[in-house]
Design a protein around this ligand. Structure first.
Ligand code: SF4
Length: 242
């Protein structure tokens, strides 16, 4: 289906349900039935990522690989590296926090999506955007407390990391993992105790972003600095952070 056909079908959708795109901003219309997070992952896999910040050199290999692999439009990012300087000269340290969608187990973007375009793959827990169904209402973009989503000006739909689903379903790693020069990123199935990620999590203490929000992120960080772990991501613009 072409983009223009998609646009028509989205308009038809809006017409059928009798609401405007603006109204979607405050309307929660659940079309896919119960899409709450917990208890919906009935499959055997639980894909996740561990990022060891000790190993990140801020080379931006992950960012560039992601842009290329996913045809991300200029000026937008599915994955990026947040940099923060801490302290005052001469006692200054720099910290790097690679960022991407957390594929939250209780995802505000999914819970609030009015059309069901945001959904979770039952067999592996990955959070997706269905471009055929997305009406570009921005509700999910505003709902994500991590600033992980953006409005794609080419597709006119919400966009974000999907763990390079086209690659992982073919047995490959996400592009950012393959490109990481410091081997800081480990991707895999948390439900497989023999996987590298499960072993790494067992052997290391990890943190995730904004645990106070109870979103249960599936991106875990080793040795992330407190200064960046607890930032108010919802208040940061993309320009400030990237
Ligand atoms: Fe949704 Fe944001 Fe969580 Fe990703 S990080 S699942 S976009 S709420």
């Amino acid at each position: 289906m072409s983009n223009s056909e998609n646009a028509v079908s989205r308009r038809q959708f809006l017409g059928k349900v009798g609401i405007s795109a603006a109204a979607l901003g405050v309307t929660t219309l659940l079309i896919q039935g119960d899409r709450s997070a917990e208890g919906k992952q009935t499959g055997v896999k639980k894909y996740a990522m561990v990022i060891d910040t000790n190993r990140c050199t801020c080379c931006h290999g992950c960012t560039i690989a992601c842009l290329s692999e996913n045809n991300v439009p200029d000026g937008y990012y599915r994955c990026w590296v947040k940099k923060i300087a801490k302290g005052r000269y001469p006692n200054v340290s720099f910290h790097f926090l690679p960022r991407l969608c957390n594929h939250c187990e209780d995802a505000p973007c999914l819970n609030l999506c009015p059309t069901g375009a945001t959904y979770r793959t039952q067999e592996d827990g990955v959070v997706h955007v269905n471009r055929e169904v997305c009406v570009g209402c921005h509700v999910c973009i505003d709902a994500c407390p991590y600033g992980a989503r953006f409005f794609n000006p080419i597709t006119h739909t919400a966009d974000k990391c999907d763990f390079c689903y086209h690659r992982i379903t073919q047995g490959m790693e996400p592009a950012c993992v393959t490109a990481c020069t410091g081997k800081a990123r480990i991707f895999g199935d948390l439900n497989d105790p023999t996987s590298q990620i499960a072993k790494y999590l067992n052997d290391h203490s990890t943190q995730s972003l904004r645990t106070d929000l109870d979103t249960h992120p599936k991106v875990h960080y080793v040795m992330a600095d407190e200064a960046i772990l607890n930032a108010d991501y919802s208040a940061l613009t993309k320009k400030e952070e990237r």
